[in-house]
Design a protein around this ligand. Structure first.
Ligand code: ZN
Ligand code: ZN
Length: 219
């Protein structure tokens, strides 16, 4: 990503080590916070360290570790929340209840903008494409910046694994279909930041991931 105007910094948040990510446009130094699940002081210090101005919050899906403190951060920064897809409305409506169960602060809200497949979101001068990728949750979306070969995939795909599908409205078959139909066409050289764990590339996962490698899927 060295020759492109996109930069990303991961801020692990909550006890579940969720990869909240600050994405910014180096031409304008405008930024988006993706998935501010909690630990707002850590996120605010990352914003200060990067020297960027946050203009929006983006959400991949409605789980507590990704969306728990989106509303208070949006209010503090005076910015809108975009995403996830409307099919995750019920997850956002139970953030307070899930927060109590997980010991994470959860604040119920509705985003300023629901996202759908084919939408785009702007961060400074950057245009990110939105793909609807149901399976882990029904309303999960991913963000892709084509010029940087970069994707933020939330809990769809991890280095060596895929998102869990045992929670309400999860669907393993649909998750695999989302990965094959929406992620792989973006190109093997796509680098991605997952919702948990280390970044990887689609090429690496197609070669080694025990759930979605080319070999596993053809078996
Ligand atoms: Zn999740
Ligand atoms: Zn997660």
């Amino acid at each position: 990503m060295t020759d492109t105007p996109l930069r990303a910094a991961i801020v692990p948040v909550t006890a579940i080590e969720q990869n909240c990510t600050l994405i910014w446009c180096t031409a304008t130094m405008k930024a988006a916070v993706v998935d501010p699940g909690g630990d707002l002081p850590l996120i605010l210090s990352a914003i200060e360290q990067a020297g960027v101005t946050v203009e929006k919050i983006l959400l991949t899906h409605g789980h507590i570790d990704h969306a728990g403190e989106a509303k208070p951060l949006a209010e503090q920064l005076g910015v809108p929340i975009e995403g996830p897809h409307e099919d995750d409305r019920f997850w956002l409506a139970r953030l307070d209840e899930d927060g109590r169960n997980w010991g994470i602060r959860g604040v119920v809200f509705e985003p300023d903008r629901w996202l759908a497949d084919g939408d785009t979101v702007m961060v400074g001068d950057l245009t990110l494409d939105v793909y609807h990728t149901p399976g882990h949750t029904a309303g999960h979306v991913i963000f892709h910046h084509a010029p940087s070969r970069f994707a933020q995939v939330g809990d769809v795909l991890f280095q060596g694994s895929v998102g869990r599908t045992d929670l309400p409205q999860g669907n393993h078959k649909q998750l695999l279909e989302s990965i094959v139909a929406k992620l792989w066409p973006l190109g093997d050289d796509t680098a991605f930041i997952p919702g948990h764990g280390k970044p990887s590339t689609f090429a690496h996962e197609r070669a080694h991931n025990m759930f979605v490698s080319d070999r596993a899927l053809s078996a």
